[in-house]
Design a protein around this ligand. Sequence first.
Ligand SMILES: [Zn+2]
Length: 328
Amino acid sequence: MHTRGSAVMQRSPATAGERFGPVARCWVCDGPTLGRYFRCRMDFSEYAEQDPELHQYTGEHVWFVRCAACGFGQPEALPTLPNFFDRMYDQQWSEAWVEAEYAADYKDLIFDGILNELAHRIPPGRRRLLDVGAHAGRFMHLAQTRGWTAEGIELNPRTAAHAAAHTGAPVHRVNARALALAGHRYAAVVLTDVLEHIPEPVRLLAALFDLLEPGGVVAVKVPNGAAQWTKERWLARLTRHRISLAENLVHVNQFTPRSLTRALARAAFSRIDLRPAAPELPPAGNVQGLLDRAVRLGLFAAASLPGALQTGLALHLQAYAQAGDAGR
Ligand SMILES: [Zn+2]
């Protein structure tokens, strides 16, 4: 059955030749009914010297499909180039840029909200967390200032080195599954702006479940794919804006409130609490910046009203969920 299915898919016009392999079922609910809704462009011209094989994908297109059962959006095919995603994220950032990312406060409203919520859920004696995708280490640092013992996972060598040097804490350069298999456990695991980038997201969530102590809490923030799609189409209609949702498959997972809940449940999490995520706030250096902040905060306030989560106002989603029984 499996062989026959593969042969059929390889002849399908849905795939763009040997450079791509088909994705036949929904990564979240395993549903087989997937309908095209968005065509993503690929442009790797910046990688011409660093990675000629990746660069060859420039000019290709991939359709995104939406699952009829759960609403999740994903590509209908993935590049066959080995380690495609690792190669795309192999960015050779300058020290100055990494330092600026560590110092920048544009995500602090998000980070503060997560730390406040985790403090409600985890008693002081157990406050040990893991930041998956620790980047330059700012969240780890903020957690430490509030009394948490923090560790991180960061695969990029430059940001990982920066995070470790500035927090004095372990920053693991392995994936979540490897860390869980090595026996590491935490009271909280935080995943902010990471899950949308990893194909087959339930696998990563299951690894995070295994990294948690019984009763531990995962905090997951992702873009609301459905709301972003609505916003992009309106901007394109009203302005010269060019629709941008998942260029280069960077946002390979397009979650909705329903499909994010479903993904957490499939990874065995319980007590799933979903809400709009706080916005990033750009510098308020001038009138434009102040207006931009005001619009973002206004949308967040509106999306936080009772019943508003399913509207297009919640551009980002913040979920909290529990692994196993509290029991203590
Ligand atoms: Zn689905």
